[in-house]
Structures are given as C-alpha cells and as structure tokens.
Design a protein around this ligand. Structure first.
Ligand code: COA
Length: 174
C-alpha cells in the first residue's frame, strides 16, 4: 500500500480539527466518563488551539493519503514544542491516528517507518511518544516496532488522571 504525505498548513485547519476530534473520539470515548471526555475534547480540539499548534514552527502535522483518500494524520514536535523530553536530538511523535476504517491494514507500520526516517533526516537520535497504558493495541504496536518504555507521566482527560507510558525508539539502530 503506497502512501503519500502532505504537510498541513492553515488552509487545512478545518479538516485537521475535524479529523483530530473524530479519530480521538472513535478511539477513546468508549473508555472514558462522558463529562470528562466532553470537557477534554472541547479544549483539545478547539479551532484556536489547533491553529496555535499549526503555527508553532517546532510542530508539524501531516496528512497521509492512499489513492487520494485521506487515511491518517500525525503530529511531530521538536525542540521546545516537545512535551516531556526536550532534547535537541529528540523528536516527539505526539499524535498518530489511522482512520478507523483503515486500521489493521499495515498503514500504521508504514507511517512509523516514514516518521523514523523523517526524524533521522533531521539528525535526531531518539524518537519518543506518550501512549495511554490502557491502549494495549497501540502499546503492542509500538513494541513490535522497536519502542521501549522509559518512563510514565500523568495525563488528564477532564478530571480523570490517567497514566501514559513514555516510549522511545533509538534512531541510531536504523
Ligand atoms: C495504533 C494505530 C496508529 C496503528 O495503526 P494501524 O494502521 O492500525 O497499524 P498496522 O495495521 O500497521 O498494525 C496493526 C495491526 O494490524 C496487523 N496488520 C498489519 N498489516 C496488516 C495487513 N496487511 N492485514 C491485516 N492486518 C495487518 C498488525 O499485525 C497489527 O497487529 P497487532 O494489533 O496484533 O499488533 C491505529 O490502530 C490507530 O490509529 N488507533 C487508534 C488511535 C490510537 O490509538 N493512536 C495511538 C495513540 S498513542
């Protein structure tokens, strides 16, 4: 399955906001208290918030297409835009979402390969991410692709405190 990638710009703001909220809700609404969840998504996926993130020079959003159809998006951060590790030689994969109807087809694997290369081309040594410890499918997916847990951090969905695993991939093994 061949994928093509486009770097998102302000012109993509509405679509990016919609895809971000939709993919997050489909993945996680069922596992969360509805009020906490609503409070979270209203803030996290507000148009002004996504616009701010798009305008951050140290953050990039990409859409991934297969046969001209949008199948996934991801967001990467460097330097100060990273949320935990803020090393010069690290890159954070903050979000990676395959649209639900395209999951389990190998797209996630292709995305990770692409992101590892992208990080390597930026001369980064470490690719890292935070994943909800209860998101077993994603944890397993990252482990299968060479990521290992190195820490945890608390993550709030509304007032509900959850635990994210911080996982890293050593880019010098590429
Ligand atoms: C986690 C996620 C990014 C993985 O992407 P994906 O495209 O589903 O991943 P892949 O298809 O490459 O691999 C997933 C599974 O499909 C299987 N698979 C891979 N290629 C396949 C193919 N051609 N046919 C059928 N199954 C396949 C893999 O073996 C893997 O199995 P596993 O779950 O037992 O590990 C995606 O499922 C997703 O967006 N989930 C919801 C949001 C989320 O949790 N994001 C991560 C937040 S940190």
């Amino acid at each position: 399955m061949e994928l093509t990638y486009t770097l998102c710009s302000l012109e993509d703001l509405q679509l990016l906001r919609q895809i971000s909220e939709e993919t997050f809700s489909i993945a996680f609404a069922k596992d969360n208290n509805p009020i906490d969840f609503k409070n979270y998504i209203e803030k996290a996926f507000a148009l002004v918030r996504i616009k701010e993130e798009l305008l951050n020079p140290n953050s990039d959003f990409f859409f991934a297409y297969h046969d001209n159809e949008l199948v996934a998006y991801f967001k990467v951060n460097v330097e100060e835009a990273q949320s935990d590790v803020k090393r010069d030689d690290s890159l954070e994969l903050e979000r990676i979402y395959v649209l639900s109807q395209f999951q389990g087809l190998g797209i996630g694997e292709k995305l990770l390969d692409h992101i590892k290369k992208l990080a390597s081309e930026k001369n980064k040594k470490m690719l890292w991410l935070g994943v909800w410890q209860e998101n077993k499918k994603a944890v397993k997916f990252y482990e299968r692709h060479g990521f290992e847990k190195f820490d945890t951090h608390p993550y709030f969905i509304g007032s509900d405190e959850q635990t994210d695993w911080l996982m890293r991939f050593n880019l010098s093994t590429l």
